[in-house]
Design a protein around this ligand. Structure first.
Ligand code: CTP
Length: 401
């Protein structure tokens, strides 16, 4: 099937042993109908002969800045404009550093600098080099410059080490390219999402919180980005890296989460409330650390505003999706919340006693809407998130057509 018919891929190869995997990638791309041009850095040529890629792509391989300019077929600026996607695979630590710093001392770096097209990199390096703070910093800064990071994978490395750093397999890179070009089900949709727990201060050093890890919300944010949505993630304190391409707003308390959401809800198309918002806060948090003075103490708690119910009551309201984490009578409570909070959908799950939900990597959901329901069977949180986003996209499209 010509799934990539007419797509023009510029594949940059830098000096890593994983360069051999890119030969297979070229074969897969050409078979899927893509037009592929290959650019190699000088050190890449130490690993694989240009002739390999030339034979597989059916085009000469670009090697040298001056050589390319001499070739009247396409100079480096034309080549940079020609492609629909520029993928560098393998991308060494040295290349990532230079790309981040804006160097242009070889043809591939010059093309990256000269191209307005999307750029993706597939890192390939020793696990220690990948863990190095300089590499991490370069990757972080490249992501902020909207360079897509594909991989690396974890596992055994050519040098004998084990850990994250090896390049994704050719098939995975091919799937990423296909996904990049397939129109998302939420293209152009603005999606607002809450995730994680909230912290309600008791005094400057203590707080009330809950067991939410934020993993489900972060997985949903990532799945929504993959479907083309513009995602704003309002997150309570968690120890997770934000998914690429997401606008992250960090908050602590339920009140801060409320403010951050209400500032953005009016201009959002979909709102997903995945956060475990503290229902109550301490009435008067102490300004100084509370000292122990007697055998018992009481805290006066007051109700926090319900963020989801407030959003769903707006005149110009987004499509609203809630969560219900229950320890018993899941369906009854979930349907009650669907009605009471005036929601379009609610995703319910049983928590506690070894069930999915908080602090674990798997989950399962029962999703309800007016006139329908759908069960998402037990799977990793990222798989459950993917299926949930598909379902939300389907219901949202029905509701807005
Ligand atoms: N929620 C919210 N703001 C709150 C409380 C809850 O936005 N102050 C959202 C949650 O993010 C979730 C849904 O409402 O999507 C249901 O939360 P949950 O805590 O299960 O329900 P409550 O309304 O708090 O009811 P209860 O605690 O009685 O189960």
């Amino acid at each position: 099937m010509q799934t990539l018919g007419n797509k023009k891929i510029l594949l940059g190869i830098t000096g890593g042993i994983a360069a051999y995997k890119s030969a297979e990638l070229v074969r897969l791309l050409v078979k899927a109908g893509a037009e592929v041009r290959v650019v190699m850095t000088p050190s890449a040529q130490e690993f694989v002969q240009p002739l390999t890629y030339q034979a597989l792509s059916g085009h000469r391989v670009y090697l040298d800045l001056f050589d390319a300019e001499a070739d009247s077929a396409m100079d480096h600026i034309e080549l940079a404009r020609w492609c629909d996607l520029l993928l560098v695979a393998p991308a060494t630590a040295d290349f990532l550093g230079k790309l981040n710093a804006g160097y242009a001392d070889n043809l591939l770096l010059t093309l990256c600098l000269a191209s307005k097209q999307p750029v993706a990199v597939a890192p390939a390096m020793n696990q220690q080099m990948f863990a190095n703070p300089s590499t991490r910093e370069h990757i972080k800064q490249l992501a902020a410059k909207r360079v897509m990071l594909w991989g690396p994978a974890e596992g055994e490395q050519a040098c004998g080490d084990v850990g994250p750093g090896r390049m994704l397999e050719a098939q995975q890179l091919f799937d990423n390219i296909r996904q990049h070009f397939s129109p998302g089900r939420l293209d152009g949709v603005k999606l607002l999402l809450t995730a994680g727990p909230t912290r309600e201060a008791i005094d400057p050093v203590r707080y009330i919180s809950n067991r939410s890890s934020g993993k489900m919300g972060y997985a949903i944010a990532e799945a929504a980005v993959r479907q083309g949505a513009g995602v704003t993630l309002v997150s309570g304190p968690v120890s997770l890296a934000p998914p690429q391409g997401v606008e992250l707003v960090n908050v602590e308390s339920a009140q801060q989460m409320y403010d951050a959401v209400m500032q953005r809800a009016g201009e959002s198309d979909i709102f997903i409330a995945c956060a475990a918002v503290s229902d109550y806060r301490v009435d008067q948090a102490a300004q100084q650390k509370i000292k122990k003075s007697s055998d018992s103490m009481s805290l006066q708690l007051v109700l926090n505003a319900d963020i989801l119910a407030t959003v769903s009551a707006l005149d110009q309201r987004p499509f609203c999706v809630g969560f219900a984490a229950e320890t018993q009578d899941v369906e009854k409570y979930a349907l009650g919340k669907l009605e009471r909070k005036n929601l379009d959908m609610i995703a319910a799950n049983q928590v506690g006693d070894g069930n999915g939900g908080f602090e674990v990597d798997f989950n399962q959901l029962e999703v309800f809407w007016h006139g329908g329901r759908h069960a998402i069977g037990q799977a990793s949180k990222s798989e459950v998130a993917k299926q949930l986003i598909d379902l939300i996209a389907e219901r949202y499209t029905c509701a807005s057509s």
